[in-house]
Design a binder for this molecule. Sequence first.
Ligand SMILES: Cc1ncc(COP(=O)(O)O)c(C=O)c1O
Length: 425
Amino acid sequence: MKTRFWHGFADMHVVAEHEIVMVSGDGAILTDANGREYIDATAALWFCNVGYGRREIADAVAEQLATLNAYSSFGAYTTDASIKIADRLASLAPKALEDPVVFLGSGGSDAIDTAAKLARRYWDVMDRPEKRVIVSREHSYHGMHVMGTALVGIPAMKSGYGAPFVGDVAQVPAMDVEAVARLFEERGSEIAAFVGEPVIGAGGVIPPTDGYWPAISRLCREHDVLLVADEVITGFGRMGEMFGTTRFGIEPDMITFAKGVTSGYVPLGGVLVGKRVRTPFWDDPVPGAVFRHGYTYQGHSGAAAAAMANLDIIEREDLVGRVRRLEPILDASVRRLAAVPSVGEIRTIGLTAAVAIKPEVLAADPTTPDKVVAAALRHGVASRVLRGHAIHISPPFVITEAQIDAMVDGIGNAIEDVAGATVPA
Ligand SMILES: Cc1ncc(COP(=O)(O)O)c(C=O)c1O
């Protein structure tokens, strides 16, 4: 019997009868419906940072749901759980945000919608309604709501829908400061915000070039453009700091987050809104300055409880420090694959990496990365393809050094199976 579950980003003609069904997890290990075990090379979709099987989070959520599952957060209503998680997130936020407030939702895509709408609304209440354009970068990924689809820098993800869903968007090359300077010179008076991931994630793990983010931060200030750091992947430790913003010298006005805030135990996302954007809505009495936006489940009590328990674990087990210690270990292990003939560029930063397949191998067979992922499963490693060219690595922070080597060996052996190369010891 074919599944009725429509998978994301999947050709259901193929997948409907070939689902890979996971049933349980423990640490960095997953077990499928046939009882086979895999090292989770990707922390699912970059989210399961504290690892699987954390009863402490499940218990915290159960207790909260039995007390008060959720309530409205429209108008003056809210819950104590929402207030507590907002305080905690604000206390962890980078100093650049200056005493931020938090607008919660249920994931990264709605966080991007919130940030984009808030940027436009901010300029509206500041009496500059002509500032409407949101700028994103090539190779970027900001989720798949309508705003994210308009901003995405991976062409395949926006083709097939006709004209852009949202007008007033612009795109620049990924690491080109000059291109941003030119765009701001020409159209700065129309630009509301620049949105960027500290490290491009789904587009292929592309770290920023030296000085890129300080230069972009300066340009945004000079041209009155709000800067939104999309930390949906990098937030809560994956870069060895609580936020990638501090590692790369970004001075954002807003930070979007999701994934690692709960390690995916319950969906949660949101926007940390810094002082500049907050001020006309909270502090200065600008007449009519209300942000008419909200979600039924913003600040959901169960999600807030999951985030609290998840952050407790990250702090108690110093998992951010663990990422710092594992970063060079992952880097050294993955770079062993450089000697494999069909492996092209290897990019690593924090506890994440991409192993690109050489362009000539891809030209001969564009399905090579998919075949590598299928072969990796046979070697006990669950991974996936990034932007059609690279194998994705971003394990849970609790992965052991031995598991890192086993994961890299599994991927290397999979490449050997598919592309006939030998993995060096
Ligand atoms: C940088 C970035 N922003 C936004 C999103 C969208 O998050 P979600 O899938 O939770 O809506 C993602 C998801 O991978 C992401 O990587």
